[in-house]
Design a protein around this ligand. Structure first.
Ligand code: 5GP
Length: 193
């Protein structure tokens, strides 16, 4: 992997799950061709429309631990009990070797850790839901998670919101279109710098 003194620019998006972060990231990927998505590894099951090797590298817990022990991640977290997520070093190399700028969609702790590691090479953006109640409604209407999973996500979101202070910028996702515009402006300015 590239050494710390030749890290290139990255954009980090973190937020409590259900804040609209993934939708914003997809818009940015379509708008800025130089941005390339860091495909995380995870042990959670694949959801309906997701594709292995495009949305995530879906691994068994054994495969994931093997990669942890092999030092293949720049960061990893047990985001929910028994559900592991991590950023592979090989993803950064793949994107940087192709001349791209990495965009991460990671949990809040992962975002803080990548920001610490990459410092001024990283623009770290926290997407804030308008309220915890709104977040619960969004997770319910998404219909991708069980009631238990939704409760776990809401509980975690309350803790995660306290980490927003470690990010460079906060985008409040009250109206999705406004949040997308704001995120686009921040990224455009950052890519120009
Ligand atoms: P989901 O299961 O909804 O796709 O993702 C759950 C959470 O895990 C989201 O906040 C997502 O951003 C986060 N996540 C995805 N990939 C990674 C990763 O590589 N590292 C970390 N720390 N979190 C991740």
């Amino acid at each position: 992997m590239a050494t710390t003194n030749n890290y290139k620019k990255v954009v980090i998006f973190s937020a409590p799950s259900g804040s609209g972060k993934t939708t914003i990231v997809h818009h940015l990927l379509a708008k800025f061709p130089q941005l390339q998505f860091s495909i995380s590894a995870t042990t959670r099951p694949c959801r309906g429309q997701e594709v292995h090797g495009k949305d995530y590298h879906f691994l068994t817990v054994e495969e994931f631990h093997k990669k942890v022990n092999g030092g293949e991640f720049i960061e990893w977290e047990e985001v929910y009990t028994g559900r592991y997520y991590g950023t592979l070093k090989s993803e950064l190399d793949r994107i940087w070797d192709a001349g791209g700028t990495v965009i991460f969609d990671v949990d809040v702790k992962g975002g803080v850790n990548i920001k610490k590691l990459l410092g001024n090479n990283a623009l770290a953006i926290f997407v804030m839901p308008p309220s915890v109640e709104e977040l619960r409604k969004r997770l319910e209407s998404r219909q991708t998670d069980s009631t238990e999973d939704i409760e776990a996500r809401v509980k975690l979101a309350e803790q995660e919101m306290t980490y927003s202070k470690y990010f460079d910028r906060i985008v409040v996702n009250n109206k999705l279109n406004d949040a997308i515009k704001e995120a686009e402006q921040l990224v455009e300015d950052w890519l120009k710098e």
